[in-house]
Design a protein around this ligand. Sequence first.
Ligand code: BG6
Length: 466
Amino acid sequence: MQSFDFILFGATGDLAMRKIFPSLYQAYIDGFLPPIGKMIATGRSSLSTEQFIEKLNNNSKIHIKNCDDKKWEEFIHNINYLSINLNETKDFDLLKGKIDNKSQNIVIYFSISPEFFIKACENLTLVGLNDDRVKIILEKPLGMDLKSCQAINNEIAKYYKEKQIYRIDHYLGKESIQNLLILRAFNPIFTSLWEKEHVDYVEISVFETLGVEGRGEFYDNTGALRDMIQNHILQILSLVAMKIPKKLDAESIRSAKLSLLKSLKPLSDEDIKNNVIRAQYDKSGEFKSYLAEDNIKENSQTETFVAIKAELLDDNWKGVPFYIRTGKRMADSFAQIIVYFKNKEDLNSSPNKLIIRLQPENQISLNLKVKKIGKTMDYEENNLILNLNSTLAMQPYERLILDVIEGNQASFNHKEELETAWAWVDPILKNWQENKTPLYYYIAGSWGPKEAFDLIRRDKHEWHNC
Ligand code: BG6
């Protein structure tokens, strides 16, 4: 294994505490982490390494299941904290001085707001931290729209080559999402059924019971469309519908996803009016309304729920609706893909469906009709269920950081994928900014606004809510 240095910008932030450090620790425990040269945590706060370690002990360790105190001590022993002002080149000189110059691999993780990416890249380059040993990880959201995403991509390209840039989408590191590729690529039964001749429609839902959880300021400027649809859900959609490439390497997978994203049918204002629902949660019982959460602007119009009927212009999928939806403060937390197969025989039977449950459980089930036991020819619905839950499943951030160290970009977004996704989302953002379509409301803890049900019922379908 090659040795590596790890530099984290945004080390005192929520993501670092909840996910990044626990994942690095897990990689260390699992024996996957190469010998660490230096692990440098940076942030704006002026803290000593001891104070930072105390923060980690209080705020990060609690996110590790069955943490082994001795191993944790060993792990944190490698961490140094450095307070950095991203605008000050001299701070980057100090940073350079702290890394191990003999490392073959330097991973720099930007867990900071994208507005700071460019300055940080410029300063890293000024101190020579951009040679081929360096790989940078960029957290989402990359920009607020197509223009800002392109600006970031173009500026960063001045300092780093595309093969050094890892745009992270943690959904791509989930076991169940990675399995989707295997399921599609190595089961010929699905390959032949996976297109418009046989598929009636597809539903993709990602629901959370949580609200904005102390992230009010970020969320209010972001909203569900940017936070979940532009990245996670469009990535899931592209993995569901892309053509399976001949080789499953990074270049082929990324280019198959890109072609699929390019085939998303652009949405006119008329389409948005008919096929895109935005809504915000209102109070109910124990739950506050979104507007009453901390750090939310008065009368904010930010959406916490989105449902869209999307279509693809791709030959394989023309005419097949993809109903996608996401929401916070919903009745239940789950992520699932459901493929509804066509019923071509006129036996008055409901369609077969394949349910790919991504979370909380990793499960695939095929819904079938079977004969009721006994002296009857009546049938009932039953499920062929494959449970893929395992305690060995790796957490997404652990897997993805290890992929970066190995130089495997298969589960990271190419810049064109993100730009194409923004190009599709932009007209919706514009339409909403111009208030051309209403913001609806739903009761916190419910299944969403009535209008989202109307959207799918219009086509004589129902959302699968469990
Ligand atoms: C993040 C969003 O990218 O994904 C959050 O910013 C959301 O708002 C989270 O809660 C959901 O991730 P997961 O893995 O819990 O489904």
